[in-house]
Design a protein around this ligand. Sequence first.
Ligand code: HEC
Ligand code: HEC
Ligand code: HEC
Ligand code: HEC
Ligand code: HEC
Ligand code: HEC
Ligand code: HEC
Length: 378
Amino acid sequence: MSRTKMKSLVFLLAFGGVVTSFAASPNPHVDKGLNSGGCRSCHEGHGVSGSPMLPTGQRDLCLQCHGSPGQLQAMVARGLVSGNARPVQMDGVLGFASVHPISEKAFSRRQQGVVTCTSCHAAHKGSAQAPSQDEPSGQRRVSPRDATEFEFSLCQGCHGSGGAGTQDLLDISRLLTPENRSFHPVEAPAADGSPSVIPSLSGREINCTDCHGNANRGGPKGPHGSPVPFLLRANYTTADGSSESPTVYALCYRCHRREMVLKQSPFPEHQAHIDKERASCATCHNPHGSVGSRALIRFGEETTVAGVSASMSTGRLEFVSDGPGSGACYLTCHGEDHGPEAYGSMKSLLEMLGREGLRRDQRFEPARIAPTRGMDLD
Ligand code: HEC
Ligand code: HEC
Ligand code: HEC
Ligand code: HEC
Ligand code: HEC
Ligand code: HEC
Ligand code: HEC
């Protein structure tokens, strides 16, 4: 921190009351009725050298009040937080199997390549909205750091094309963009719609945190940690071989009616694959989107899962579809060749045109697949 900045910080801490924008804010952190120490609840003297006057790294700092009941009591005893305050206790959640790699030592989100609490939170401003409900609301949430941007922008700041340079993260923004052939409706309402979606979400939008967060209901909300891999809010088995049940694919069934997925879907082979063949949803669907295919189908994209490969008879790996209820799959899965297998009106098209005639919509044809004869199906 620069010398002048440090000076003004010393001034602010000594005369914190004059910072009216802080005093007028509804943020519990600068409400003396709750954080009775005021600025000193978090800042201390000059703090550790080079830090924004903080006595410890941020994770430990926040956990002094948001860690365990014992830690909170110690802060109450020091007069830094009111005995009436009920800051959410986070200790357990940060120890789950799937967590954000929150730095043990970082003081500031401005440090290179770190994830820290203020990467997603504004300690002085507080969140602009109430904690989310258990059920998805169908509305976009704003970033807890900055009420002028949507939550997905916050997340894509690191999980997007402008991602944290030091990490090898999948570019989620590339999958969710409405320019794709299909996408879950995070950035814009869905292009095609889904008959199985619960009525309250039809035509509506969802958030990253409707899927990513703590699977322990009643525990702290947010994408800090979850017992379920990929930091998911409900169970989701990505490997093939499980017997279908409401819990195995609970994540999808929060928003898509199970009976309809299995028995009344535009894909008539759902039950045969999911139930009898024990294929996971993840084998066919990417949960975020598909650059070139309808219905979030991941065949032929960089995110194709192990176990699925090009059709042995044609060398093609793709999903061709001209609309809901009609499609053809070119692939090999567990040694079985689909060269292709078709359903709906694509079956009769296949008979008419032959398998070479079935082509994906040219507009979404990935560049590496050579342009061919055949018809443009859209
Ligand atoms: C809940 C804990 C907490 C409280 C209470 C708090 N701060 Fe901070 N403050 C922080 C943290 C954490 C940072 C470092 C943020 C970063 O760089 O990521 C910080 C950074 C700062 C900075 C450096 C510039 C900046 O915004 O990053 C100033 C100035 C500052 N605080 C002033 C104050 C004043 C004045 C008060 C009292 C009105 C106050 N703080 C109360 C946690 C707190
Ligand atoms: C000195 C105690 C203390 C420290 C240290 C502290 N908090 Fe808090 N925090 C509180 C209190 C008190 C509340 C409000 C609880 C209530 O409503 O009863 C709160 C509420 C919150 C909330 C929910 C309300 C909102 O505005 O979103 C978040 C998020 C939060 N804190 C994040 C943090 C982060 C991040 C840090 C570290 C930079 C931190 N806190 C450090 C005391 C603290
Ligand atoms: C990757 C982004 C991210 C990071 C890093 C992060 N949080 Fe959060 N946090 C969120 C979001 C988003 C929410 C809102 C969740 C909701 O309402 O569903 C939240 C909610 C909270 C809440 C309120 C929980 C509740 O049940 O109401 C607290 C307290 C909190 N965070 C503290 C922290 C602390 C302390 C740290 C650092 C140890 C931290 N957060 C790091 C994104 C993050
Ligand atoms: C400051 C950068 C940053 C921000 C902001 C951020 N993340 Fe992350 N996230 C990371 C890093 C780093 C990892 C760890 C990547 C790794 O292990 O390869 C990660 C991992 C994840 C994972 C995978 C966890 C696992 O166990 O596989 C999910 C899911 C995730 N983040 C979702 C989110 C969501 C949702 C948001 C917005 C609320 C968000 N992230 C915001 C940096 C960030
Ligand atoms: C938080 C709610 C939510 C969850 C969880 C969820 N979805 Fe969706 N899904 C939606 C919404 C909303 C739509 C768009 C429906 C509409 O507007 O008609 C949708 C659409 C879809 C579509 C059709 C997309 C298109 O454009 O053709 C598929 C396929 C899909 N979801 C599969 C899944 C799978 C697989 C899972 C589990 C990994 C899942 N969904 C989990 C809310 C959700
Ligand atoms: C409809 C539910 C859903 C939504 C919405 C969603 N995700 Fe995911 N995400 C998943 C599932 C399921 C997985 C793991 C399974 C898979 O990749 O097949 C996952 C995996 C991830 C991973 C780990 C990728 C890897 O392969 O290691 C990251 C990072 C991530 N999501 C970030 C985000 C971000 C950021 C957003 C919002 C911009 C978001 N997700 C929105 C369901 C969702
Ligand atoms: C063998 C591949 C495959 C598997 C496994 C699979 N799906 Fe699908 N799914 C499809 C295809 C193909 C479509 C497109 C149907 C159409 O529109 O013609 C589809 C469409 C959908 C749709 C949109 C239409 C609707 O019914 O609302 C949803 C939602 C969906 N699948 C959810 C799931 C869930 C949840 C699972 C796991 C429990 C799953 N799928 C497993 C291939 C699969």
